[in-house]
Every structure is written in structure tokens, then in C-alpha cells.
Design a protein around this ligand. Structure first.
Ligand SMILES: Nc1nc2c(ncn2[C@@H]2O[C@@H]3COP(=O)(O)O[C@H]4[C@@H](O)[C@H](n5cnc6c(=O)[nH]c(N)nc65)O[C@@H]4COP(=O)(O)O[C@H]3[C@H]2O)c(=O)[nH]1
Length: 800
């Protein structure tokens, strides 16, 4: 049967078509496209077995099974062989073509798949390449669509996030996102940021994520575009743990560099400055720009080692570091001492890269050292050597003297009444006086002598190789220097000093002993009127001992009730009537008899025992006045108050207690105060005096004329009485100056409406003059000395 009749029909088809006889599986007709496909002329195609063109065993097998299974509609891929031996992949569709003239035929239509196959292969290749690229990037990549669904990720991503194997195989986006949230340290911020990134598809951003494992990831999120539109997002994760740590270290190093108190210079290997820190600018007084490109070795100098830089270069080369003390001259020409540490930095091959030098300012340390040394050896107020220096120098002098047989003198100098200055004008003023005196004393001495301040107003002088004659000359010079008028803060006044001298080796063999002995000699001067000098004599020690014994005896005496009060009347000058009396202390000593206050008040004041003794006097005098009052012979009693007593904080309360205890009206008690009491802390004194006045006690100023005699406090303080010191009364009838002073005091008292009492009136002549001058009262042997209470009581009764 001829099937070529089909060919005109087949010719029009665009696909390659065969008609195959199902029995013989021979091609009975074909179209030109089929001839082209196999590159065979039609006539050779016709009649050939379909399987002749198969290029794969599967295809041969296909035709053989088709023969057995019969007709059906099939579509499959097949590999054909062309005439030139090349294979061609086709998509083959086989369908049944009914045939009116015989059994149905197989219509085999074939589409050349070569092109498509090539495209697919190229695509696959491209995909493989893309995958390889994805895998070979240095970052972990996660690709998501706009809704956050995961489209791809690479192995590194899985590694960085420690994704477990189960998640890798599951393809569960939600589980992967949850895993990631669970890995970061701050899940809240992570979630917020991710939400923000999702809401803004065009956002490009870089974030740093810290994972709980300690790993630090940098995440770069970029939009993914297709045809100009964002279709998703690519997240690139990079492990920056190490980099972050290095950056943190660098930041720290930079902070240290910037904030270091020590100057730091970084130089090139030839020591040219490249960089320096702010401390270096402060230290040098130059800006960074001015310091850059300076030769660092030229910045410093060493006054003691001119060739220090040679040593530096040698040691840097040999050992890689150098340390030493150098100096820097600042622009204002001041020189700074520095501790410089110089270090060489080398590369891996050992070649010098840079040098770093650290410079620490030593000025404060040096100043502190100097100050410590100064403090250790000098008196901070006057700058004079202190006892330590004196000990060293005298120790040396003793050693020299022992060898050479020479001697030296030690003097103890104490300012007279310095305490008054300190108390009345304040410590700061007192300090200025001491500085002035120290400098005056210094000018009287040779360089080899040592003037040392022991403390307070006490000075010790070591007179180098001086004998008694030399010491005496120097002592006079020193006293003369002290008595010159002093002017401080516009105030002029005079000072004096007492000075004791001890000689080495005659008096003592050690400094301590010589100081003690010269102190004893100085004390002796004080005792005998001050303002002079004395050499130590062995009997002086006995005096000191006597004072210690006296103190002891006084305390014992009070316990044994050996003290008594005597009373001296005060008489109205005009009427001659008894007005009041002064209680005066007496010590009824079992062996020494009646001892007067001049022999013990000084020691009692020195030791502070005067406070106890004064309390006893106050109480006894108040008791006596109360007794006279109750006996119907009232007589006001005046009691002497020492400075130490007055400055007891509860002094007013003590007075009130004594008055209450004996029920004495306050106006029958008079307190005699000295000027020094009022001068010291005048505000406090005024407060106390007002409190005493409020109690009703009369207040009297004793020994007026001998002290400061200041009008200011006479006006300011609530005093009712002024007592003219007896030294003026004693000579007022012979010395016109003293007479004028007495007259002035009386006039002043009258002007201030104060009663004026003259003390120590012994002569009728004195009495007459005082009366003429208008003095109110007198007290003195002319009338009566102080007498025991009984005769005084009698006196009172008679006077009534
Ligand atoms: N040459 C001479 N002297 C006369 C004459 N009239 C009185 N005197 C003496 O002059 C002193 C007057 O006392 P004062 O100036 O307060 O001076 C007193 C007073 O400062 C102090 N004193 C006496 N008793 C006490 C006391 O109880 N407490 C305190 N803190 N000091 C006392 O001792 C100083 C000396 O006291 P006394 O030796 O009792 O000496 C008394 C008295 O006996 C006279 O016509 N000619």
C-alpha cells in the first residue's frame, strides 16, 4: 500500500512527522521537517525502520515494546541519531492516525529539543554557578521574599547561626526565624529591627547582632530587585567577633593614648615624631602640629649626662628600650624633670617600625621629695633648721670638739610675754612676729652657727666654737636685735627675750643636756625680771627642782587646809569710811610660816593648779562675806581672778554656784580682772562679763597702767572700777611722770563713770595727792595691810 499520498498533507506541518506502519515499524511517509531533523533525504527516510534512527538503547527498547503493546497515544523524549552521526533530542508524540485504506498508522510528531535542552543546560549551569557563588561568598547569605519567606541560604549562614541539621532539612521558615530570635542576646531589639526592615522594602542597613554564643555578627540587609522592583531581601551575615574585639582593643588603646596623663610620642625608626597625645602637648607647651616631624632626641636634655642620647641610641639598638631621667625646657624657659621610657616597636621580621616614648612629669614628685626633706629638717613656719638638724649638727660638733679639744655654746632663747601677743592679736599675727624675730636672730649669727626653732616662741642656738666670752657677746647682740621695735600690719610694739647659755664641755656632754641646762638658765632670767641672759650654774637645777616640789606642796597644802584668806580694807578717800575689802591669799605653811602669793601664784598658774586654788578662794571669800552679812556687818569682798580661771567655759556658772551656796547677794562680790584677761578673745570676754554683770557681780580692772591700758575695752566692757597699779602710787610723789599718769587714769575713770581705786598707798602724802586728784578710794598699808578674817571682822564692827 502506498502511503506517500499523506506526504503533501504532512508537508505543511511545522513539526517533523513520520507515519509509521504499526506492523513493520517502518516509516511509510515523512515530511521535509523530518528529513531536516535527521539530515536525511526523504526517500532514504521512507522505508527505514523507526528504530534505525534511535540513538539510545531506551529508544530501541521503546520501539520494540511499541510493536508488542500496540497503538496508543504517547509522549516522551527520545534521542535520535542524524545522518552525520550526531544525536538530536526530540519531544516525541505518537498518536494513532486512522487509515481508511488499511490499518491505522502511527503518527509520530517530533519537536527538536536541542535548543531548549541547550537553554536548560545553560540555566542549570548558571544555577550551579550561582549556588557555587553563594557558597563561596565570605558571608552567610539568607534570601527572603518580601513577606520574609526564606528563598535560599548558604552553608555559611547555617554555620554562623549554628542551625541544627533538622532545620536544614525541614525547610520550615518559621522554625528558622524562631531559631534565630532565640540565638541573639537582645531578642526584643532584634525583632523590632527586623520588623522595621520588613516594613521598608527599600531600606539598606547594617546592624551588629550579638549572639548568645558570644559571636558577633554584622548583618547587611539589601533589597533584592527584579525588573527594577524589590522582590525580596538579601541578608549578608559576617562574623565580626574578632574584628569587634580588635576594634574594642583599638578604641581602648586610643582612649588610653588620648587620656594618658603621661606624654606619649610615637616616632618613626629615625626618632622623628609622628604622633603625640594631648598630655605631650600640655607637657611641652607645643601643639601636635609643632611637635610632628621634630627629632624626639632633640626635645630633651640632661644637665648631668650630656652624652645621654648616645647611650639611648646604643641601648635602643641592643635591648629595644631605654629609661632615664631627662629634662625638657618649656617655651617659658622653665625646665621640667621627666622620667622617660623609650621603646622600639619591631615588625615580624624584627625590623624597627616605630619607637614610642613615654614621659612622666617628675616636678611634683621632686617638689614633694624636696618638701619632705625640708619638713624633716626645717621648721615649717620660719624655715629655720629644726631639732633634727640641730641634733645632727651638734652631734658633728661634739665629734669635732672631742678630737680638737674645742668647745661650743648652746643658747635657749624665749620671747617674753609672747603669749599675750598670741592671745590678744591671734595666732596668725603671732606667727608673723615669730618669722620677724627668727630673721632678726639669724642676722646676729655666723653661717657656722645654727639657729633652730624648737616650737612656740622657743629658739635654740648652737654657737660654733664659742667660749663664754663669745657667747656673751652674741647673747647681747641677740637681745639687742629682739628689743628693736617691731612693726607688723601697721602695729608698732616692743618685745624682749630671755636667754640661757650652757657651754660644752664644761656644763654638759650631749645636746639634750645642754638644751635642758640652757633652758634652766633661761628660766632663771624669766624669774628675775626677763629681758636678759644668764649662764647656767649648777645651783639653777636646784631651782627647777624647787618649782616641782612647790607645785606638789601647794596641792598637798590645799588638801591639808593650809590656805587662808586675809582681807585688806578699801577706804573712801573723802569720807575715810570703809567701803569694801580685797581677799588676798596666804599659805600658812607648817614650816615656812605665812607664805605670800608672789612665792607661789606663778607656779600655780604655770601648772594650772590656780583653777582649783581660785575656786577655793572664791568659795571662801563668798562664805566670809555671807558670814559678815549675817553678822550685821556687810562688807563687799573683792576676789582676784586669774586668766586661766576666767577662761574656764563654766566660769560664770561657778560664780553663780558660789553665791547660791552661801546665799550672798551678788552685789557684795567684786571680781578683780587683769587687762590680759580682757584682751584675749575680747568677744568671749565681753560675753562673760555681761553674764557676770547680769548676775549682779561688780567688776573691777586690776593693775591698770601696767598692761595695754586700752581705752577701747574700757569703753566696751561693763566695768565699774579701775585700780591704779601700786607702782605708780609708790613714786607719784617723787616722779612727776608717774604723778601725771595717776592724774590721767583718775580723769579717765571719771570720764567713763568708773570708780577709781589707788593701790599700795603707804604715805599720807600719797593720800593727800590722790584726794586732790579726785580719786575715789584707796587701799594700802597707810590704812592697813591684809589681815586675817577675825581682826577684819572686829574692824568692821568698830567701823559700824
Ligand atoms: N608694798 C605694798 N604692798 C601693798 C600695799 N597695800 C597692799 N599691798 C599688796 O599689794 C597686793 C595687792 O594685790 P594685787 O595687786 O591684786 O596683787 C596680788 C594678786 O595679783 C595676787 N593674788 C593674791 N591673792 C590672790 C588670789 O586669791 N588669787 C589670785 N589669782 N591672785 C592673787 O598676788 C598679788 C600679790 O598679793 P599680795 O602679796 O597679797 O599683795 C597684795 C597686797 O598685800 C602697800 O601699801 N604697799
Amino acid at each position: 500500500m502506498n502511503h506517500i499520498q499523506w506526504e503533501p498533507l504532512l508537508e505543511r506541518l511545522l513539526e517533523a512527522v513520520w507515519l509509521v506502519d504499526p506492523n513493520t515499524l517502518r516509516i511509510v511517509a515523512a515530511n521535509p521537517c523530518a528529513a531536516d531533523l535527521l539530515q536525511l533525504p526523504l526517500h532514504r527516510l521512507r522505508g527505514s525502520l523507526a528504530s534505525d534512527h534511535s540513538a539510545s538503547p531506551q529508544d530501541l527498547h521503546f520501539w520494540s515494546t511499541l510493536a508488542q503493546d500496540g497503538l496508543g497515544s504517547l509522549q516522551s523524549e527520545a534521542l535520535l541519531r542524524r545522518a552525520d552521526g550526531q544525536t538530536v533530542r526530540v519531544l516525541r508524540r505518537i498518536s494513532v492516525l486512522p487509515n481508511a485504506e488499511g490499518p491505522p498508522l502511527h503518527l509520530v510528531a517530533m519537536q527538536d529539543q536541542t535548543q531548549q535542552h541547550q537553554t536548560e543546560q545553560q540555566l542549570e549551569h548558571l544555577l550551579a554557578e550561582l549556588r557555587a557563588t553563594l557558597e563561596s561568598t565570605a558571608d552567610g547569605i539568607l534570601v527572603c521574599d518580601l513577606d520574609g519567606r526564606i528563598r535560599a541560604f548558604n552553608r555559611l549562614f547555617a554555620q554562623l547561626w549554628d542551625l541544627p541539621a533538622t532545620l536544614l532539612s525541614q525547610q520550615d521558615d518559621e522554625a528558622i526565624h524562631t531559631w534565630m530570635v532565640g540565638r541573639v542576646t537582645d531578642a526584643d531589639s532584634y525583632g523590632l529591627r527586623l520588623g522595621q526592615i520588613q516594613r521598608l522594602p527599600l531600606l539598606e542597613c547594617t546592624d551588629v547582632l550579638v549572639l548568645q554564643s558570644g559571636r558577633v555578627l554584622e548583618r547587611i540587609a539589601r533589597p533584592q530587585y527584579a525588573r527594577g522592583r524589590p522582590i525580596g531581601r538579601v541578608f549578608a551575615y559576617r562574623d565580626v567577633t574578632e574584628r569587634t574585639a580588635i576594634e574594642a582593643k583599638l578604641r581602648l588603646a586610643s582612649k588610653v593614648f588620648e587620656s594618658s596623663l603621661d606624654a606619649i610620642f610615637i616616632t618613626d625608626p629615625q626618632h622623628w615624631v609622628l604622633v603625640c597625645n594631648p598630655a605631650a602637648e600640655r607637657l611641652t607647651g607645643h601643639t601636635h602640629a609643632a611637635l610632628a616631624q621634630c627629632d624626639a632626641t632633640g626635645l630633651f636634655f640632661s644637665p648631668t649626662r650630656p652624652d645621654w642620647s648616645k647611650d639611648l641610641l646604643h641601648q635602643l639598638q641592643q635591648q629595644g628600650y631605654w629609661e632615664g631621667e631627662l629634662w625638657y625646657r618649656r617655651p617659658d624657659q622653665s625646665a621640667l624633670a621627666l622620667l622617660v621610657s623609650w621603646v622600639v616597636l619591631r615588625d615580624g621580621a624584627g625590623q624597627p617600625l616605630n619607637t614610642v616614648l613615654f614621659a612622666k612629669d617628675l616636678s611634683e614628685k621632686l617638689a614633694a621629695q624636696q618638701r619632705i626633706e625640708q619638713l624633716a629638717y626645717t621648721d615649717p613656719l620660719t624655715g629655720l633648721p629644726n631639732r633634727l638638724t640641730l641634733t645632727e649638727r651638734v652631734g658633728h660638733a661634739i665629734r669635732v670638739a672631742q678630737r680638737s679639744g674645742t668647745g661650743f655654746a648652746v643658747m635657749f632663747l624665749d620671747l617674753d610675754r609672747f603669749k599675750h601677743i598670741n592671745d590678744s592679736l591671734g595666732h596668725l599675727f603671732g606667727d608673723k612676729v615669730l618669722i620677724e624675730i627668727a630673721s632678726r636672730l639669724q642676722t646676729c649669727l655666723r653661717q657656722t652657727d645654727t639657729l633652730c626653732r624648737l616650737g612656740g616662741d622657743e629658739f635654740v642656738i648652737h654657737l660654733h666654737e664659742a667660749d663664754a666670752a663669745g657667747a656673751e657677746i652674741t647673747a647681747r647682740r641677740l637681745i639687742e636685735a629682739v628689743v628693736q621695735p617691731v612693726e607688723i600690719e601697721g602695729l608698732y610694739f616692743n618685745l624682749s627675750c630671755s636667754l640661757g647659755i650652757a657651754l660644752y664641755p664644761d656644763d654638759g656632754a650631749s645636746l639634750d643636756e645642754l638644751i635642758r641646762l640652757s633652758d634652766t638658765a633661761m628660766y632663771e632670767v624669766k624669774e628675775r625680771g626677763k629681758g636678759h641672759y644668764r649662764f647656767y650654774r649648777p645651783e639653777m637645777n636646784a631651782n627647777l627642782l624647787a618649782r616641782i616640789q612647790l607645785d606638789h606642796a601647794l596641792r598637798e597644802g590645799l588638801r591639808a587646809q593650809q590656805f587662808v584668806l586675809h582681807y585688806q580694807p578699801r577706804i573712801d578717800l573723802r569720807s575715810g569710811q570703809l567701803r569694801s575689802c580685797e581677799a588676798l591669799l596666804r599659805w600658812q605653811h607648817p614650816e615656812r610660816g605665812l607664805v605670800l602669793p608672789s612665792e607661789f601664784i606663778g607656779v600655780a598658774e604655770e601648772t594650772g593648779f590656780i583653777v582649783t586654788l581660785g575656786d577655793w578662794v572664791l568659795d571662801s571669800a563668798v562664805q566670809q562675806a555671807a558670814a559678815w552679812l549675817h553678822a550685821g556687818t556687810p562688807c563687799p569682798v573683792a576676789v582676784n581672778v586669774s586668766a586661766l580661771q576666767f577662761h574656764q567655759t563654766d566660769w560664770v556658772a561657778r560664780v553663780a554656784r558660789a553665791l547660791n551656796a552661801h546665799a550672798l547677794p551678788a552685789e557684795l562680790l567684786e571680781l578683780e580682772l587683769t587687762e590680759s584677761i580682757l584682751i584675749r578673745d575680747a568677744d568671749e570676754a565681753l560675753e562673760r562679763l555681761l553674764a557676770l554683770r547680769d548676775l549682779g557681780v561688780r567688776l573691777s580692772l586690776d593693775d591698770f597702767g601696767t598692761g595695754y591700758s586700752s581705752l577701747t575695752y574700757l569703753k566696751r566692757f561693763p566695768l565699774q572700777q579701775l585700780k591704779i597699779d601700786r607702782c605708780f602710787i609708790a613714786t607719784m610723789h617723787t616722779d612727776p611722770v608717774d604723778a601725771a599718769i595717776v592724774a590721767a587714769i583718775i580723769q579717765m575713770g571719771q570720764a567713763l563713770q568708773m570708780e577709781v581705786v589707788a593701790e599700795g598707798v603707804e604715805l599720807a602724802e600719797q593720800h593727800a595727792r590722790l584726794l586732790a586728784l579726785g580719786c575715789d578710794q584707796f587701799q594700802g598699808f597707810l590704812c592697813s595691810p591684809a589681815v586675817p578674817p577675825e581682826p577684819f571682822g572686829q574692824f568692821l564692827r568698830q567701823a559700824r
